[in-house]
Ligand binder design. Structure first.
Ligand code: ADP
Ligand code: ZN
Ligand code: MG
Length: 654
């Protein structure tokens, strides 16, 4: 079956960029609560104001309200005021002779009756200094001036120290908030990579299951890191970049950790979204910084998770391009070209959107190795369940194989979730161990969620897919000169495909004979023919196959001159490209009449029908084989080359 019908629109669930951005901390923005923060500092300011007034109240002289100058004068005359302090703005009259601060220590808090014992009078001076001094001289009142400037230490505190302290605290507070948001203003360019030192990673390849092909490839990477000399001595080049590609939750991040754990080297982990910032140039600076740090720590692994966040193609950028991301991507390319393969630095990256990556990233010397991390098949799922069930107490009768059987289409993360959910259900039921029934319930819960994401196929649909794929594979095996079948699978594959049959060309081909083209058409039609034979009805699953088959048939007639009437004639003319080069998209000119068009259509229909009948006949002849293989495929979900050949009864070639 091929990609059609259930094609999901590409959705970026993991995309973190976009949305409102704040200059100093893109990705962590959601945690930022501006109002919570400001309320906080308003409280601080309130406390400060109250504190200051209290301070004033306690330490500054408590002074009675001002009195009239005439009253002040008469109080001096009556001898009530014994001492007067003169400043530009006030005259303060005291009823004690000696300044209090020299005799009795000032009490911390003034009691109300103290004011009565020791009244202080204050007045606004009039331009009558000479007379009042004369009066004071007469009455023997002590008087003295107080300089305004160097007045008291309190004045200095209030006018200078406190405001500065305030500003300092507010600044500190703001800095701290910015720091929490993922960056200091002064270090915007520094990266936020999580650096895990050597020996801190406990993940090993044993913790990953169901992705054996990917594991095999990565074992080699570990060997590169452990014994780089082995490869460089012979003149080989160590790969610089390995790209892990696969649907979400299949264990890409886990695999990267396992590589670092196995190799025993430091591990720099960063998400693509961490590079994307508001300021142009910040992401590029982070990339530079990351590589600088990594070079100092080599041998080590740089792991860029969700590479698509920065690695999006620059070409299909309709909205005029994002300068920041482009610069970041360019810097990444520069850094990857910049280090030399012997430095013991390997860059791992993961993505579930390989289709949107910039082609420049995939060129030799960059992420030249791509590792497919696919959905696990039956055995893989069982192995993953075993890994996660290790820490859970299972009842002896729990059959993880049967759990694996009923979780077709689940990825590793789903399975880990199921084990956890089953354990939680057991706890809720008040049990000490997990029973099979807990697993069944956990699966049901999860299936409901996954069905919405169209990752679960109904059992009757699975049957159709199994026979369809077996039809492709059998015809491929029967057709001489056809590429051998490498794998048949009914594990639903990302991007809408329900199953697939993988054929591997034995050698590079530049020419194809007429028979080979017909063979290709046959293999493509095999899927629908098998459905037809077994179920007596046909489904939409073959749509993509039919498009391809029709396309080949049309080309045979119009381009390759392989039809009876227009033998050796090309009916379409390729437009010449610029400067004699092949244009990117050749322009076709139709150089034939309506009647010829009709002939072409009829000829295509005739050719496809003839091939279809042939294919159907061949499959009818070996219906038992079709049944046998499809049933086994239903059970095991995927068959490799060896298993398939064994079923065919062919000698097994290595
Ligand atoms: P990805 O990065 O591909 O989206 P992760 O590596 O983050 O997926 O997987 C999430 C979790 O799911 C892992 O921490 C692990 O517990 C579990 N898991 C996923 N795939 C596997 C696997 N192949 N084997 C074991 N556990 C897996
Ligand atoms: Zn098909
Ligand atoms: Mg991940």
């Amino acid at each position: 079956m091929s990609d059609q019908g259930s094609e999901e629109p590409p959705k970026d669930k993991k995309k973190k960029s976009g949305g409102p951005q704040f200059p100093f901390g893109g990705p962590k923005l959601p945690n930022f609560k501006p109002f919570g923060g400001w309320k906080f500092s308003i409280i601080y300011i309130l406390i400060l104001v109250i504190g200051m007034s209290l301070f004033n109240y306690v330490f500054l002289k408590k002074v009675n309200p001002t009195i009239d100058f005439s009253e002040f004068k008469s109080k001096i005359a009556s001898g009530e005021i014994k001492r007067v302090e003169l400043t530009d703005s006030y005259f303060t009259g005291y009823t004690t002779v000696t300044p209090r601060r020299e005799t009795t220590p000032r009490p911390f808090l003034r009691s109300s009756n103290m004011a009565e014992q020791d009244p202080v009078y204050r007045t606004v001076p009039l331009n009558d200094l000479e007379n009042i001094i004369k009066l004071m001289d007469e009455k023997g009142v002590a008087y003295y001036g107080v300089s305004r400037e160097g007045s008291t230490i309190l004045n200095i505190i209030f006018s200078w120290v406190l405001p500065i302290a305030c500003i300092f605290f507010i600044w500190r507070f703001l800095m701290k908030r910015l720091g929490n948001m993922g960056g200091n203003v002064l270090s915007v360019g520094q990266n936020k990579a999580v650096i895990v030192a050597e020996g801190d990673i406990i993940t090993r390849f044993n913790d990953v299951a169901g992705v054996d092909e990917a594991k095999e490839e990565l074992v080699e990477v570990v060997d590169f890191l452990k014994n780089p000399k082995k490869y460089t001595d012979i003149g080989g080049k160590i790969p610089k970049g390995v790209l892990l590609v696969g649907p979400p939750g299949t264990g890409k991040t886990l695999l990267a950790r396992a590589v670092a754990g196995e190799a025993g080297v430091a591990f720099f982990r960063m998400s693509g979204a961490d590079f994307v910032e508001m300021f142009v140039g910040v992401g590029a600076a982070r990339v530079r910084d990351l590589f600088k740090q990594a070079r100092d720590k080599a041998p080590c692994i740089i792991f860029i998770d969700e590479l698509d966040a920065i690695g999006k193609s620059r070409i299909n950028n309709i909205a005029g391009g994002n300068d920041e991301r482009e610069q970041t991507l360019n810097q990444l390319l520069v850094e990857m070209d910049g280090f030399d393969a012997t430095s013991g630095l390997i860059i791992l990256a993961a993505t579930n959107r390989p289709d949107v990556l910039d082609p420049a990233l995939l060129r030799p010397g960059r992420f030249d190795r791509q590792v497919l991390v696919d959905r696990p098949d039956l055995l893989g799922r069982e192995a993953i369940l075993r890994i996660h069930a290790k820490t859970v107490k299972l009842a002896p009768q729990v059959d993880l194989a049967s759990v694996a059987r009923s979780t077709s289409g689940f990825v590793g993360a789903d399975l880990a979730n199921i084990v956890n959910e089953a354990a939680l259900l057991a706890v809720r039921a008040g049990r000490q161990i997990v029973y099979q029934q807990d697993f069944s319930e956990a699966i049901e819960k999860t299936v409901a969620g996954l069905q919405k994401k169209t990752r679960i196929i109904q059992p009757n649909e699975r049957r159709i897919v199994a026979f369809h794929e077996t039809g492709h594979a059998l015809i491929a095996a029967f057709t001489p000169g056809s590429d051998p079948v490498q794998k048949i699978s009914i594990v639903p594959r990302g991007f809408g495909a329900l199953g697939y049959t993988l054929q591997m060309p034995v050698e590079d081909r530049y020419l194809m004979t007429e028979d080979e083209l017909l063979g290709k058409i046959d293999v493509l039609l095999g899927g629908r023919a098998a459905e037809d034979i077994i179920f007596g009805k046909i489904s939409t699953g073959a749509a993509n196959d039919l498009t391809k088959a029709t396309d080949i048939a049309r080309k045979m007639i119009t381009d390759y001159g392989m039809s009876k009437r227009f033998k050796n004639m090309a009916l379409t003319q390729r437009g010449a490209g610029m400067m004699g080069q092949q244009p990117q998209e050749p322009v076709f000119h139709r150089e034939y009449s309506e009647a010829t068009q009709q002939y072409i259509d009829e000829e295509i229909a005739r050719m496809v029908e003839q091939r279809y009948n042939l294919v159907r006949e061949r499959l009818m002849e070996s219906k038992s084989l079709l049944d046998k293989i499809a049933e086994l495929l239903l059970e095991k979900e995927s068959l490799d080359e060896k298993e398939f050949k064994a079923l065919l009864g062919q000698p097994i070639e290595i």
